[in-house]
Ligand binder design. Sequence first.
Ligand code: P1T
Length: 387
Amino acid sequence: MSESHAKHGFGTRAIHAGQAPDPSTGAIMTPIFQSATFAQESPGVFKEDYDYSRASNPTRKALEKNLASLEGAAHGLCYASGVSAEAAVLHLLSTGDHVILCDDVYGGTNRLFHRVFNQAGIEVTLVDMTDLDALDNAFGDTTRVVWLETPTNPTLKIIDIRKVAERAHARGAMVCVDNTFCSPYLQSPLALGADIVCHSTTKYMGGHSDVIGGALLTNDPDLYDRLKFIQLSVGAVPGILDCFLLLRSTKTLHLRMQRHSENAMRIATWLESHAKIDRVLYPGLKSHPQHALAREQMPNGFGGMIAVYLKGGLDAAKNMLEKTELFTIAESLGGVESLIEHPGIMTHASVPPEQRQALAITDSLVRLSVGVEDADDLIADLGQALA
Ligand code: P1T
């Protein structure tokens, strides 16, 4: 199969893009080129761009091409973690530059922006981007980046990527969308006007909770060159075995996302009518405040993440978490196995309490990452935990 897969569907690209049988052996699977360096014929004369694995490595390059193809991007770069991919974008900025950050993001993202880059002189303003007037008011002369997640983590707000991109571009800022909760199977931010897509590949892209990784995808050759320089210079690159594992995972991304979405839709619907549940937030439910936008922006399904508010506060929430058997109490998401967590105590503990309060990350909020097990078993597990 040729390198160009633009004409193929998502599933075909998931399996083939970036990967051809190994020319030296015919191996069908991309080999794990576990080598830090590469022999040179003469000083400065080497094969392709392979002089040192921090700069480039064939297994990593296959993954970067594969992820770029899935996001509909010309270029991809892989990182050691989701937050190191985020940091690479922030390294593009200079002291005094301003970033508008969506108010409801992963706690570690909030921490990186506010407690690492803010100290290095990057101004950060948090905005609820479901309110486009609030976004308009947040721009200043030094605004360079608008950064968002949609659905947001953990309250699953849906942000209109196209409208945010129009506004940002009119003000000369670029837009970076963290597409971790959707994966490219459910949502295509670049097609909606984003300049960069960011992923924690630890989640759905990896899909098996055995890798920490990150990625950036873009169509802009200049941005790519600058980010590639930062990747080389800062060096937060993924291990080669992790790249191989990710290549293995993306082959089934479309199948997993379909099942995550089907299971989550059934569970969210069931939870919504449960007597012990106060409120369910799932973009696929008609009751979700941005359901109509979710239908447009996420045409292939609504993903595997559900947020629920229990009646009864922290005790009720802890009780539910401790009693589930198939849903394991753990941070992270997007694996084949179902997880359950308490954002206030776990993933968003580093968000200042007053911000958590404003975002309704309350004691009674529980987040589910619905896996690909049998939905009946998952519902029975939640049922017994809530009983
Ligand atoms: O953990 P890491 O691979 O560095 O990814 C950070 C990250 C980035 N973006 C989003 C949307 C995320 O959810 C995360 C990590 N999130 C969790 C660990 C979590 O449980 O929400």
